[in-house]
Design a protein around this ligand. Structure first.
Ligand code: GLN
Length: 418
């Protein structure tokens, strides 16, 4: 018997939604009409590289619009944020994915998640499609291929996207050739993936740009956070606001029935179910994300309460303050500790801080603790920082390498009395 309950939870969630048969498989790209409406796959990728897969999680389908955030990541990498933002806006359009409206005055597409913005974004990636395909593969952690029939099918029928590209040409925002840009965009839409791939691709964004399965750094932490932000505000088009309220995850949908969603610093989700609602989003995909978010507590605006204390050891003996720290220290944890220690300071006393079990010490935490130590020293305290990893973030003068036990023994053998 499998001991881990999570696969059963995912199977049960999927089974509870399999009967939901609203929506229609996309037909405006003829090749997509062949999809089986009962396909339903769900995958969840953790940041230590484990992937849970349920149902048709290995059924290939074409990325379609789910490609947009990942290609945007490549454009940001190649051109830098400023240049990309000059060319493609960042405001939710509140309109359908294939809307033709451009920003009055500049002719910029409203954001990179609608087709107009994605066509322009595709033209900004250096070195053309081979880089796009390799980049998408790096996000997925495997070599991806193109579904040539889906590509040809959209080349034959994608005149609305051509119209958008020519509009951007006349508005002056698209500088590359219209037909070439549109074809490059059609090709990225025709890249074949699975729900499992979408989970890993999302997890790569959630993991600050490092693929958690392969360990490959695909994009920088900055780029990953920019992409997640745009997914949160614009990824679901004219459903973006309600989606963020109900599901609370940055996400991107596509007309083949895929959804990629990410919870920053926690996990990536991949969904696949072809029947779509009027806005072109997978009906079971939306329902599954809503359920997952509610059952697993994934809403961004409802982060879990801090369960384990970041300070695992507190000892106050006479004038000796000992604090053992663990986990990641961001502003909130560092603020609590800084305030507490500032209140406990004793002239002539000793502070022992053990950072051995600390994972990430955010620069603001290092700065707060470093400044506090400087001030405590000026106030007449001695500080010992056990910093086995030699993270070197605290002022040199106050660092002593060694285990906490050593520091404790030192404090016991050096009684500090008034
Ligand atoms: N290739 C599709 C199109 O441009 C992608 C749209 C989508 O997935 N929302 O129409």
């Amino acid at each position: 018997m499998a001991l881990n309950p999570i696969p059963d939870l995912l199977d049960a969630l999927r089974a509870s939604l399999a009967g939901l048969d609203d929506g229609r498989v996309a037909e405006y790209i003829p090749e997509l009409a062949h999809a089986d409406p009962t396909w339903f796959g769900l995958a969840l990728a953790t940041l230590d590289g484990h992937v849970y897969a349920s149902g048709d999680a290995d059924q290939p389908f074409t990325l379609q619009s789910v490609s947009k955030p990942f290609v945007y990541a490549l454009a940001l990498t190649d051109r830098g944020l400023d240049e990309v933002v000059q060319r493609v806006g960042l405001e939710p359009s509140g309109e359908a994915f294939n809307a033709t409206r451009l920003e009055p005055g500049t002719g910029r597409p409203p954001n990179p998640m609608v087709n107009a913005g994605a066509i322009l974004t595709a033209s900004l990636v250096a070195d053309g499609f081979p880089r796009v395909l390799a980049g998408l593969g790096a996000f997925a952690g495997r070599v991806l291929g193109v579904d040539e029939r889906a590509y040809e099918s959209e080349v034959e029928t994608g005149d609305r996207n051509r119209a958008i590209a020519y509009l951007m040409r006349t508005a002056g925002s698209l500088q590359a050739d219209a037909e070439q840009s549109v074809r490059r965009y059609f090709r990225q839409c025709a890249v074949q993936v699975t729900a499992r791939d979408l989970a890993v691709m999302s997890a790569t964004l959630a993991n600050g740009g490092v693929n958690p399965v392969t360990g490959e750094p695909v994009v920088t932490r900055d780029v990953a956070s920019h992409v997640l932000t745009v997914m949160a505000t614009c990824g679901m088009y004219d459903f973006a606001g309600e989606w963020l309220l109900r599901v609370g995850l940055p996400a991107k949908s596509g007309v083949s029935g895929g959804i990629a969603a990410a919870l920053p610093a926690q996990l990536g989700i991949g969904l696949f179910s072809p029947p779509l609602d009027d806005r072109g989003t997978s009906v079971r995909g939306i329902a599954a994300c809503e359920e997952l978010s509610a059952r697993f507590g994934l809403h961004l605006m409802r982060p879990p309460a801090r369960t384990a204390s970041a300070v695992y050891l507190v000892e106050n003996r006479d004038r000796v303050l000992v604090r053992g720290l663990q986990g990641d220290f961001g502003f909130a944890a560092a603020e609590a500790l800084t305030r507490e220690l500032a209140g406990q300071a004793v002239e002539g006393g000793l502070l022992v801080l053990d950072l051995d079990r600390v994972g990430q010490l955010h620069p603001v935490a290092a700065q707060l603790l470093g400044t506090l130590i400087e001030r405590l020293t000026a106030y007449g305290m001695t500080a010992v920082v056990a910093d086995g990893d030699r993270r070197g973030l605290l002022p040199q003068a106050h660092r002593e390498f060694g285990a906490l036990e050593l520091a404790l023994r030192w404090s016991e053998s050096t009684p500090i009395r008034a």
